[in-house]
Ligand binder design. Structure first.
Ligand SMILES: Cc1cc2nc3c(=O)[nH]c(=O)nc-3n(C[C@H](O)[C@H](O)[C@H](O)COP(=O)(O)O)c2cc1C
Length: 201
């Protein structure tokens, strides 16, 4: 058996045409995300679809301020900090739509001890990854480009507050969505060294 074509078709595409993605299509992508497996038949996710310049700028600025502070504390030069934060801001502004995937405790179990509580949150986080993959596979099937952006997991509170989201919604992943720039050439997919990555027992 080889990898199914619909999975091969999803690639991280980081350049888009200016064409708008209509909201019905964006809703379809969120619905695809919402059929992902999740613990206890829960849906511990909330998706914020951002397709206005104002909201994109709010998010990019809020996360950018946090990143600027982190990079400065790391000792990165002010010029380099400006370069990195500006590039990240542009990346978000240039995407026709952004989907911000948040985690909540809705439907999750509560435990008296920190270890099981952490495991429960970890399960929810795994399911969020599955939901985001569903969304990107559905985007590829619709002829759309997408790319997962890690930023919110490093600054969930800043991302949440930038969009004035409810306190219990914690952003963990961001997906850029748009129509693919036909000029964009992705990196070749490296071969899969199965012997290093899996073992039978
Ligand atoms: C959790 C996660 C975070 C990622 N963050 C970024 C990111 O911040 N910027 C980016 O350009 N790509 C990001 N990616 C995309 C990966 O670079 C990409 O999936 C990987 O290089 C494999 O390429 P492919 O998606 O085209 O198969 C991220 C992917 C994952 C799963």
């Amino acid at each position: 058996m080889s990898v199914p074509g619909f999975l091969e078709a999803r690639r991280s595409i980081r350049a888009f045409t200016g064409e708008v993605v209509d909201r019905a299509t964006l809703d379809g992508l969120v619905e695809a995300a919402c059929i992902a497996p999740a613990p206890h038949h829960s849906r511990p996710w909330r998706f914020v679809v951002i397709d206005t310049d104002t909201a994109k700028a709010d998010l990019a600025t809020g996360m950018g301020e946090q990143w600027r502070a982190d990079l400065t504390a790391d000792g990165v030069s002010p010029a380099r900090v400006d370069e990195l934060v500006d590039a990240s801001h542009r990346k978000l502004m240039d995407a026709p739509a952004l989907v911000l995937a948040c985690l909540t405790w809705d439907g999750l179990d509560r435990y008296p001890d920190a270890a099981r509580q952490r495991a429960e949150w970890g399960m929810a986080l795994l399911s969020l990854g599955a939901a985001v993959e569903n969304l990107m596979v559905a985007a590829a099937a619709a002829g759309l480009a997408s790319c997962w952006v890690a930023a919110p997991i490093f600054c969930p509170e800043a991302a949440r507050d930038a969009l004035e989201l409810p306190e219990e919604w914690l952003p963990h992943a961001l997906v850029l969505v748009g129509h693919p720039d036909p000029e964009y050439v992705g990196r070749p997919r490296p071969p899969i060294p199965l012997d290093q990555l899996r073992e039978f027992r």
